[in-house]
Design a protein around this ligand. Structure first.
Ligand code: BGC
Length: 733
């Protein structure tokens, strides 16, 4: 293990060093790009000091106890534009699910929250993701912000990751397309979206110190491919480098990540900003490709990109051309995303419209995992015992910098966690109230679930029991285990024993273990449901809308099935202690076989596989064919709705390379069909999923031979398979 780690380090450092010099010394040129040209004109008249000032934002009042700087609205960071430059100040706000109000600093800081990123991703609907992004982009703009720190694209390498709920899941193609679509939506509102946390910030444990060690080739085929596709799909104005080290070097001073991969290979024209507290040097970081230090007056050990960087330039350690390139990239993004021409116009939020977007997002993203005997949809006249999860008042959300202040206030107090991130916040969208509104003729009781005997009595007296169970996860700490919170497992088991028609609605940040799975009739995974969550859940349960979400993460049967059964250090109970847990290396020797690929490679049977999801109708597919024309692998098939209700199917195409290895998701379609309706579907496979990354020549290489193609309802569906011969081909990175 040690030996292989050394090889990763050598190759990564060597690659980075080779191009660091060139990339760092060449100001960015993109002939014909109007934003680039406009930026060049503005910068031509700017003094070196003013250029330097673009490279450093200050704390915007985002730290507990700090205050907003003059001109700042109160947010994660603020950057005052040079006087007379015609450029806007940067009002920089968190995050990917909605507009954050850190430490309640702004009086009118509540906003509408989307469901978790994981929920949006589980819709597999790029249009929905775009619309969701446009909603939070619009709220940012109406609140005076022009940079939104949203667009989390780290892969789920561990289903216990504290921030998995902000991300999209375990597959690079799915993540890249879904997160990229959200970014495009945000930016349609003249707000820069920040793709983060670049890269390998897949765990919270020791995030400030740990080195994620991985063969660079495997990284290009997994985590980095997710970022690459998100970039192509969304064109984010900025990319945030992460806290952790990658192959020993901090991500924000890692030339392989920033110069070689992002800027050279992917031709990224925008700017790299550091995560809050992730800058560790001036010259080293600037030469490796960092363009802007975030909240550097407060978050970092020293304000590196001010006097220290100026001194580096003076001493010749950093060429002026590099400073010019940094400024060019930043100003270019301001023009490219419309920040200069369309400054924010503050206006009251359209809460009703925006909540509807959040609700629809949740309706598409919730995943129906189990529906024995068609227990769902619920009858509108049934006697229903609703139990637990604070369903009488709201839905839980994930904690940390993506937390949105709820409109209508916090409806659950406690349990009294003093440290970051504080108590879980529930959005006041009550599933119980929404169920009663949805089915006025039903008889619906509520029991808080705190006393199991009382809950069992309520369940016995009803036709159906609906148990709400939560798992609170948050930034800064990984889940120490995969269990639901509190007494949920025991509660569900007891209720299911009392009433076989038990449905569990899970509001979780991650996959959980479900020891009671086979004894309940129904399971709906609602993730963190967001501001419209209660209504969405009720509409799904009563069949007003049919579930259409599909898992983007494997649900394991046990932690022993994971590539890394234990997270070293996760038992520390203080979040801060844990983030800074020192001297930690995590060797990702599973390489690019993340999630379902790991399960496939090791012939492990998950509890619920990647891609899985039920609905209230049934579908059949046939006519699978794969053809290679004009250098494209195209897969065609027919889908038919064989049930009695309208519904949405998400058929998935997986591919297997001739030289073996785990199967990979190559594409998918989301198809809406009326009962009896059928459609021919065609899916083009992204050629990078047919290739290996060739690190020696820095390009993708498709081997020649017979490729297997599966059409599946999930990553473990072997029912339909064809093969196709492809010639060898190479692709530029
Ligand atoms: C998080 C970022 C966030 C930043 C600003 C950091 O701790 O990792 O995601 O955007 O804080 O609040």
């Amino acid at each position: 293990m040690k030996l292989s780690r050394k090889i990763f380090l050598l190759s990564a450092v060597a690659c980075g060093m080779m191009v660091a010099h060139d990339a760092a010394h060449a100001a960015h040129h993109a002939p014909g790009d109007p934003a680039d040209e406009k930026a060049r004109q503005v910068l031509a008249h700017m003094s070196p000091e003013d250029k330097m000032s673009l490279l450093f934002s200050v704390d915007g009042g985002g730290f507990n106890g700090s205050v907003a700087p003059p001109g700042g609205l109160g947010s994660a960071a603020y950057l005052r534009a040079p006087a007379g430059s015609g450029l806007p100040d940067l009002q920089i706000s968190d995050a990917g699910l909605g507009i954050r109000n850190p430490a309640h600093i702004r009086k009118d800081g509540a906003a509408v929250s989307l469901p978790s990123g994981l929920s949006t991703a589980s819709s597999w609907d790029m249009d929905m993701a775009r619309e969701a992004g446009a909603m939070i982009g619009r709220e940012a703009w109406q609140s005076g912000f022009n940079v939104l720190l949203g667009g989390g694209a780290d892969l789920t390498r561990d289903p216990r990751g504290g921030r998995n709920f902000e991300y999209a899941g375990e597959d690079p193609l799915q993540t890249g397309r879904m997160v990229g679509s959200t970014i495009a939506g945000v930016q349609s509102q003249h707000v820069i979206s920040t793709l983060k946390h670049y890269a390998m910030n897949d765990l919270e444990t020791s995030r400030m110190t740990m080195s994620a060690d991985i063969d660079p080739v495997a990284m290009r085929e997994s985590d980095l491919l997710g970022f690459e596709i998100a970039l192509e799909t969304g064109h984010p104005g900025s990319v945030m480098c992460s806290y952790n080290r990658v192959n020993d070097l901090y991500a924000c001073e890692n030339p392989y990540l920033l110069n070689t991969t992002l800027k050279q290979d992917w031709h990224y024209p925008g700017f790299v900003m550091s995560d809050w507290g992730a800058t560790h040097s001036s010259a080293r970081a600037a030469l490796a490709g960092l363009d802007q230090e975030s909240a550097g007056d407060h978050a970092d050990a020293r304000p590196y990109f001010q006097a220290l960087l100026a001194a580096d330039v003076k001493a010749g350690r950093v060429p002026q051309s590099r400073i010019d390139d940094m400024a060019q990239r930043i100003v270019r993004s301001l023009f490219a995303q419309g920040l200069v021409d369309h400054p924010p116009q503050r206006a009251p939020l359209d809460v009703v419209t925006d909540t509807l977007v959040a609700q629809r997002d949740e309706e598409e993203g919730a995943v129906l995992l189990r529906n024995e005997g068609n227990v769902l949809p619920l009858s509108p006249t049934a006697r229903i015992a609703v139990i637990g999860g604070h369903a009488d008042v709201g839905v839980i959300s994930g904690g940390g910098s993506s937390q949105v202040d709820p409109i209508g206030g916090e409806v659950v107090k406690g349990p009294g966690k003093k440290d970051w991130p504080g108590d879980p916040v529930y959005f006041p969208s009550s599933p119980l109230k929404a169920m009663r509104a949805e089915a006025p003729s039903a008889h619906i009781t509520y029991d808080p679930g705190t006393n199991i005997a009382a809950a069992v009595r309520a369940a016995r007296a009803a036709d159906v029991a609906v148990v709400y169970a939560t798992q609170f996860t948050f930034e800064g700490m990984d889940a120490p285990n995969m269990h639901l919170d509190g007494n949920a497992d025991a509660l569900i088991a007891a209720v299911a024993a009392a009433n076989p028609r038990t449905v569990v609605v899970m509001e979780t940040g991650d996959p959980v273990l479900m020891p009671w799975n086979s004894s309940v009739a129904g399971v709906l995974e609602a993730w963190f449901p967001g501001s419209g969550g209660g209504t969405a859940i009720a509409r799904l349960l009563f069949g007003k809308v049919a579930p259409s979400g599909h898992l983007t993460m494997t649900f394991p049967q046990a932690e022993s099935q994971l590539a890394h059964p234990d997270i070293a250090g996760v038992t520390a109970n203080n979040v801060f202690e844990m983030q800074f847990h020192t001297d930690q290396e995590l060797v990702y020797d599973e390489g690019s076989d993340v999630g379902y690929r790991w399960f496939d490679r090791n012939h492990l049977k998950p509890l619920y596989p990647f891609g899985y999801g039920l609905t209230y109708t049934t579908f059949a597919t046939d006519g699978l064919a794969a053809g290679y024309h004009h250098k494209e692998l195209t897969v065609t098939f027919n889908v038919r709705n064989t049930g009695t209700r309208p519904g949405v199917d998400v058929p998935q195409v997986y591919v297997g390379l001739p030289d073996g290895g785990a199967r990979r998701l190559g594409g998918w379609q989301r198809v809406t069909l009326a009962p009896g309706e059928s459609r021919q579907v065609s899916v083009q496979v992204d050629p990078r999923l047919l290739a290996h990354f060739d690190g020696r020549h820095d390009r993708w290489a498709i081997p020649s031979g017979r490729f297997r193609v599966w059409l599946g309802t999930s990553a473990v569906d072997d029912s339909q398979q064809v093969s196709v011969h492809l010639p060898a081909r190479t692709l530029a990175p």
